[in-house]
Design a protein around this ligand. Structure first.
Ligand SMILES: [Zn+2]
Ligand SMILES: [Zn+2]
Length: 81
């Protein structure tokens, strides 16, 4: 993650050296920052919420996966704000 630009999110240079257009972290569109974004944070539809809750409940009934075989990816870096 060395040299990641927090303005256009390209690697190889820093925000201060950036000559690219600013890219919104929220909607991924250039021209404005995420703090100026007019789009609301993608709200979870009620149906989606219900489905994920149901999945959690269903998962409880199944036996857990054998540990050790699954390699989880590290979490993404924190947002700049
Ligand atoms: Zn940049
Ligand atoms: Zn935006």
């Amino acid at each position: 993650m060395m040299g990641l630009c927090f303005k256009c999110f390209e690697e190889g240079h820093f925000k201060l050296d950036c000559t690219n257009k600013v890219v919104c972290l929220r909607c991924k569109l250039p021209g404005h920052e995420s703090k100026d974004c007019k789009r609301p944070r993608s709200p979870l539809p009620e149906e989606e919420l219900r489905r994920s809750t149901a999945a959690k409940v269903a998962r409880k009934d199944q036996p857990p996966r054998p540990s050790g075989a699954v390699v989880t990816h590290p979490p993404p870096p924190p947002p700049p704000w």
